[in-house]
Design a protein around this ligand. Structure first.
Ligand SMILES: *[C@@H]1O[C@H](CO)[C@@H](O)[C@H](O)[C@H]1NC(C)=O
Ligand SMILES: *[C@@H]1O[C@H](CO)[C@@H](O)[C@H](O)[C@H]1NC(C)=O
Ligand SMILES: *[C@@H]1O[C@H](CO)[C@@H](O)[C@H](O)[C@H]1NC(C)=O
Length: 238
């Protein structure tokens, strides 16, 4: 969890380093989350909560205009009781169906910062903290980011966990993999054999902590008010 937060903090400080004027907006952002997987996914959003999505089901998430940034991911093999308390094998958020905190790793994560600068939405997909479910992040009418590979079945043994594939930082906790300490600078934080493994399968996703700076093409930029589809196990049928 600490890894996700520091990653988002890095992204935010990167975005804030632009010498542009801040503007405020009134467009509500809509995420349409679809489950095309042959199994049930418990979709999660922080902020936003969570919902069980059986195969073919969708969840339309209208973000309040005050929401500036957040993340969307999926959870596997969950059990919740009637009060919405229980657990999941991956992506669990403190045992709650309605997430109020980040998911436990590994997760395939869609991240967004809405209208931080000049009414533009910034979105990306991160595999820095590992992978659990194939995901597409598609702005309405555009190609977006597609990460459909079955990474779990290809996952190196040392990263493999139930229902997922861990990022190397979580497993090895080294400066090199986590880009901390002696590796906490742009020139000392580069791709590793593990990040290249993830990049090979999902070339448009971030795969190590400074990837968003070294690979700016992987950040989607769309005008605020754009609708976004997040599809587990795409493609989305018309
Ligand atoms: C749901 O599970 C939680 C945690 O185990 C428990 O405290 C609560 O009483 C349960 N609720 C119901 C309705 O079973
Ligand atoms: C997850 O929830 C199930 C069903 O309530 C329970 O049997 C199991 O012990 C829980 N596992 C963990 C790790 O909390
Ligand atoms: C859920 O758990 C079962 C039993 O361990 C496993 O066969 C299945 O692949 C898991 N589902 C997902 C989506 O990982």
């Amino acid at each position: 969890m600490a890894v996700s937060f520091s990653f988002s903090a890095k992204l935010l400080s990167f975005l804030l380093s632009f010498p542009l004027i801040f503007t405020f907006f009134t467009h509500a952002t809509i995420f349409e989350i679809h489950n095309q997987c042959p199994y049930t996914v418990w979709a999660a959003a922080q902020p936003g909560g969570g919902r069980q999505l059986k195969t073919g089901q969708s969840w339309i998430l209208n973000m309040k205009p005050s929401i500036r940034s957040g993340r969307v991911w999926g959870r596997t093999n969950c059990t919740f009781n009637s009060s919405g308390q229980g657990n999941c094998t991956t992506g669990d958020c403190n045992g709650l169906l309605q997430c109020r905190s980040s998911g436990s790793l590994p997760i395939t994560m869609a991240e967004y910062t809405l209208s931080a600068i000049d009414n533009i939405d910034y979105l990306d997909m991160s595999l820095v903290d590992g992978f659990n479910i194939p995901m597409d992040l598609i702005p309405r009418g555009a190609l977006g980011i597609r990460c459909r590979a079955d990474i779990n079945s290809q996952c190196p043994t040392e990263l493999r966990v139930a229902d997922g594939c861990n990022g190397p930082c979580v497993v090895f906790q080294t400066d090199e993999y986590c880009c901390i300490g002696t590796h906490n600078t742009l020139d000392k934080c580069g791709p590793t054999s593990y990040s290249k493994f993830f990049k090979k399968y999902c070339p448009d996703a971030y795969t190590y902590p400074y990837d968003q700076v070294n690979d700016p093409a992987s950040t989607l930029k769309y005008p605020s008010g754009t609708k976004y589809n997040i599809v587990f196990c795409g493609p989305l049928e018309a």
